[in-house]
Ligand binder design. Structure first.
Ligand code: FAD
Length: 459
């Protein structure tokens, strides 16, 4: 890896060259697959760091994960990648021990013990009985909830979570279960989230743990990049053109514009940037990219001079209890080394609409609001905040509203595996780190297969 600035272009390239635009987890996964199969990837990254939306800030013994918060237990591809890049010794499997507020008290849900969970007073008996319907619906579509074929889930993508719950379940399950499930991980809202997203997220809960990395969430992209020979930081790409027999990539570096030729390319940025830098995106992919809207987040990370005693690793809130706060991740329990042993750290995340309203709000206004939100669970923390970070993100994950899974399915089917320029990112059936990683790997595999065909043809 060339960490701060690159000196000259990759001189020792002997094989087919691929430009990868974006050093988020999708771009890095694509580059690694290409390199592993004998190709020569060059990764262009506009920022001075890798990781994109996986971002960790370290100072004074504190580790703030201001981008992606957690690697879910269901992220088997990401977990495999952690092992492959040598992070095994710092990987922690942390129990997802949740707490949900209802009527002024927290109900603790230990998903490792489903039978005990069923005994909770969080839901009424009537709702627990109705859960059987939801369980059956999930079981029926279990196999459809995968990263490679969205057709099964597209077939049921004609209702929002609210519409489904009102038709099949009840208001209590809508507000205290389904809404919590789409707000918690996705900051979304049941009134527009597709029922497909509810099923996808419920499936994740069947692996009731997280993967923590001691060095922070961005230890994964950093280790992935460290394995690559040519990663060019602070090098924004301004144009990608497929010229028929090669790809021209124009980028800025050291205040100058350069154009370089590659055999193939992977564009692994968010959708609006991809449309800007690669205007040749055409057909349904163009429509799909143009229609992709993102969830916004203003996430607050509080470093505390005292460790709270609350044992939950996360809190997820019903909109009836907390209209704006979706939940809390307890950083000092999610991994080692987030803060000192006597200190605490929590992350709050709020619903998309609240975040849009607060994207440019002064820090103090955001802090005052979140301190009020968490008061019922942690008491008054205002005198205990030693340090803080606020992540302000216009683009977190695509909004999976009703109809989105149908579009995902069509987009995946329309992807031309032999195209010289491939697209990657969290643009598949389930957004987030693992979806982006799998999409990057698939794009890398398509490029590798194309290269194999070319080598064979010229042999
Ligand atoms: C606050 C927050 C919390 C999240 N929480 C979670 C979570 O807990 N679990 C989870 O699974 N997911 C979470 N996510 C989502 C997850 O981080 C993303 O889905 C995933 O990281 C997307 O990876 P990517 O590689 O597709 O895109 P990105 O990470 O966005 O990478 C794209 C890269 O392209 C670069 N780039 C852009 N333009 C150019 C250009 N012109 N030239 C060169 N480079 C360019 C960008 O700088 C960036 O590095 C969260 C995201 C945010 C923001």
């Amino acid at each position: 890896m060339i960490p701060e600035s690159f000196q000259g272009y990759a001189a020792s390239v002997t094989d087919l060259r691929t430009a990868v635009i974006g050093a988020g987890v999708a771009g890095l996964a694509a580059a690694r697959r290409i390199a592993q199969t004998g190709g020569a990837p060059t990764v262009f990254e506009s920022q001075d760091r890798v990781g994109g939306r996986i971002k960790t800030i370290r100072r004074n013994g504190l580790t703030f994960d201001v981008g992606a918060f957690i690697y879910l237990g269901s992220y088997s591809e990401a977990a495999q990648e952690m092992t492959d890049v040598g992070l095994g010794s710092q990987m922690r499997k942390v129990d997802a021990y949740g707490a949900m507020p209802k009527s002024g008290r927290l109900h603790y849900l230990d998903l490792r013990n489903p039978l005990k969970t069923l005994g909770t007073e969080y839901l009424s008996l009537g709702s627990k009985l109705k859960l059987a319907k939801l369980a059956w619906f999930l079981a029926k579509h279990w196999k459809d909830l995968n990263y490679t074929d969205a057709s099964g889930i597209a077939a049921i993508d004609s209702e929002t979570v609210t519409e489904y719950c009102r038709r099949e379940l009840n208001e209590e399950l809508l507000d205290y279960l389904a809404a919590v499930v789409v707000r918690g991980p996705w900051l979304s809202d049941p009134s527009y989230a597709s029922v497909g997203q509810l099923l996808w997220t419920l499936k994740n809960f069947f692996k009731p743990y997280f993967y923590g990395l001691d060095d922070g969430m961005n230890a994964l992209p950093r280790a992935m990049a460290a394995d690559l020979d040519d990663v060019r930081l602070s090098t924004p790409v301004i144009d990608v053109t497929d010229s028929g027999d090669h790809v021209e990539v124009t980028f800025e570096h050291d205040g100058r514009q350069h154009t370089e030729e590659f055999d193939t390319a992977v564009v692994a940025t968010t959708t609006s940037t991809a449309l800007e830098i690669y205007p040749q995106i055409s057909g349904f992919s163009r429509e799909y990219y143009a229609n992709t809207e993102y969830i916004c987040s203003v996430n607050t990370h509080l470093a505390l001079n005292e460790r709270p005693t609350n044992p939950a690793t996360y809190i997820m809130c019903s909109p009836r209890e907390q209209p704006d706060l979706c939940g809390v991740i307890v950083d000092h329990l999610k991994a080692h080394n987030r803060c000192g042993p006597a200190q605490g750290m929590i992350t709050t995340f709020c619903r998309h609409e609240w975040c849009l309203d607060h994207l440019d709000a002064p820090d103090q206004k955001v802090l005052d609001a979140v301190l009020q939100f968490v008061k019922p669970y942690y008491g008054d923390l205002s005198s205990k905040v030693e340090d803080y970070e606020i992540g302000r993100w216009r683009e977190v994950v695509p909004i999976m509203s009703k109809g989105r899974f149908k579009a995902v399915d069509r987009f995946m089917r329309d992807t031309d595996p032999s195209a010289r320029v491939q697209l990657a990112g969290d643009i598949g059936p389930i957004p987030g780190v693992n979806g982006a990683l799998v999409s990057g790997q698939a794009a890398g595999d398509r490029i590798a297969a194309r290269s194999r065909r070319l080598r064979k043809a010229s042999a």
